[in-house]
Design a protein around this ligand. Structure first.
Ligand SMILES: *[C@@H]1O[C@H](CO)[C@@H](O)[C@H](O)[C@H]1NC(C)=O
Ligand SMILES: *[C@@H]1O[C@H](CO)[C@@H](O)[C@H](O)[C@H]1NC(C)=O
Ligand SMILES: *[C@@H]1O[C@H](CO)[C@@H](O)[C@H](O)[C@H]1NC(C)=O
Ligand SMILES: *[C@@H]1O[C@H](CO)[C@@H](O)[C@H](O)[C@H]1NC(C)=O
Ligand SMILES: *[C@@H]1O[C@H](CO)[C@@H](O)[C@H](O)[C@H]1NC(C)=O
Ligand SMILES: *[C@@H]1O[C@H](CO)[C@@H](O)[C@H](O)[C@H]1NC(C)=O
Length: 339
């Protein structure tokens, strides 16, 4: 998985080539759990509507208590030890010819943390070359990118442009890739990088955040924030990986929500960085210096940080989601979508 820039526009490419310092660094996270849990959309509820694959804070569970819930985790599966955020997305399944479903192995998440967005500036509306100023996420921020119910693609809508899939090195596409390659499928979620400056969440878990304003040259990965959501945040480009175990037919893949189109892929972020000062400072270092000091802070032993699989502190009730062999129905009996 390589840092992924942009589809169908030259704007960002020209910005990138004009900067010498790196504008991206990578967070690597091992799997935490796969379960019918959704602490943003269904807090306190088990089971939630469909199986999610989660990484990050060991606090992930049906009940993530209080505003700072993700922070209550005593550890993280991510290689940056001070990141106790939670990240989750729908689990992938294979529909077998005998009608059963195989759960395909979740391999973890890579997230690109990107310095591409700037605050809204009424006196200089337009692309923000040289003035990108994303800030660390406010403690307790929650957000949802994508829509589990979507089965079509509207290319004018940034919320829909933010969800892509990729198999092997065939490039990112909207919806299920036409060809599977490399024995791997990853679901990509570009989180919104503009914030209203006050709300940590909203009833739809989306309207407190936004994408950079297309009318000001922005896109899902960067640019100037709209006046409605003027505060620039770090861009997160998250990639959730699944092993295909030899599956070659994309028409035989289905996400846990019953989506066979891939348009209904989505991702959730629950901010749990331990120290926003450190996050911001580390950013300045990591964006300018490949040898950034993650090795020193965030790693109490001073050793290289390594993504490590763990179990959640609070285990959800047991349910057979297919970890030990094929299952007859998608957990929750979600119907498989057919056009
Ligand atoms: C959240 O609160 C519930 C109820 O008090 C408790 O059972 C659970 O262990 C708490 N979870 C965490 C992660 O602290
Ligand atoms: C807004 O743009 C103006 C004009 O380019 C510039 O002088 C000013 O510093 C910018 N403000 C901020 C907060 O970046
Ligand atoms: C982000 O990039 C801008 C250049 O557009 C740079 O001035 C700023 O220092 C960078 N921010 C961080 C935290 O590295
Ligand atoms: C597509 O998205 C744009 C931008 O959000 C919206 O204005 C338009 O109504 C949408 N079209 C359809 C057919 O939903
Ligand atoms: C947060 O990180 C900064 C920079 O590493 C450090 O100076 C500060 O002591 C930390 N604060 C806490 C509460 O850990
Ligand atoms: C975190 O808590 C779990 C269960 O409460 C425990 O098994 C585990 O060892 C703890 N991990 C750390 C790093 O303290």
């Amino acid at each position: 998985m390589a840092p992924l820039f942009i589809i169908g526009t030259v704007v960002l490419a020209s910005v990138l080539s004009s900067t010498t310092a790196s504008s991206v660094w990578t967070l690597n996270c091992a799997p935490l759990t796969q379960a019918r849990l959704d602490p943003i959309l269904a807090p306190g509820v088990w089971p939630s509507g469909h199986v999610h694959a989660a990484v990050g804070s060991t606090a992930f569970g049906q009940q993530m208590n209080g505003t700072y819930g993700a922070l209550q985790g005593n550890a993280t599966t991510c290689d940056k030890f001070t990141d106790h955020s939670s990240y989750w997305a729908p689990q992938l399944y294979h529909m077998r010819s005998d009608g059963l479903f195989d759960l395909l192995p979740f391999t973890g998440m890579a997230a690109y943390y990107e310095n591409y967005t700037c605050d809204y500036n009424a006196s200089a509306p337009g692309w923000c070359v040289g003035t990108r100023n994303p800030r660390a996420f406010p403690p307790g921020l929650k957000m949802l990118a994508g829509n589990s119910l979507r089965r079509t693609q509207n290319m004018s809508d940034p919320w829909q442009q933010a969800i892509l899939l990729e198999s092997g090195n065939n490039g990112e596409v909207y919806g299920m890739p036409p060809k599977l390659d490399g024995n791997q499928l990853s679901g990509h979620v570009r989180f919104p990088s503009c914030w209203d400056g006050s709300n940590l969440d909203s009833p739809d878990h989306q309207s407190h955040v936004a994408y950079p304003d297309a009318s000001l040259g922005g896109n899902t990965q960067g640019g100037m924030c709209p006046s409605s959501h003027p505060v620039a945040l770090i861009n997160i480009g998250a990639e959730f990986g699944f092993a295909l175990n030899g599956v070659t037919d994309p028409a035989s893949l289905v996400f846990a929500n019953g989506d066979t189109t891939g348009y209904g892929f989505h991702g959730d972020f629950y901010m749990g960085w331990e120290n926003t000062t450190a996050l911001r400072d580390s950013f300045a270092e990591c964006f300018t210096n490949d040898n950034c000091p993650w090795r020193a802070f965030g790693s109490p032993t001073g050793r290289d940080p390594v993504a490590t699989a763990m179990s959640p502190m609070v285990q959800p009730p047991y349910e057979d989601i297919g970890l030990n062999g094929p299952i007859a129905k998608l957990p929750g009996n979600n119907p498989v979508y057919s056009a």
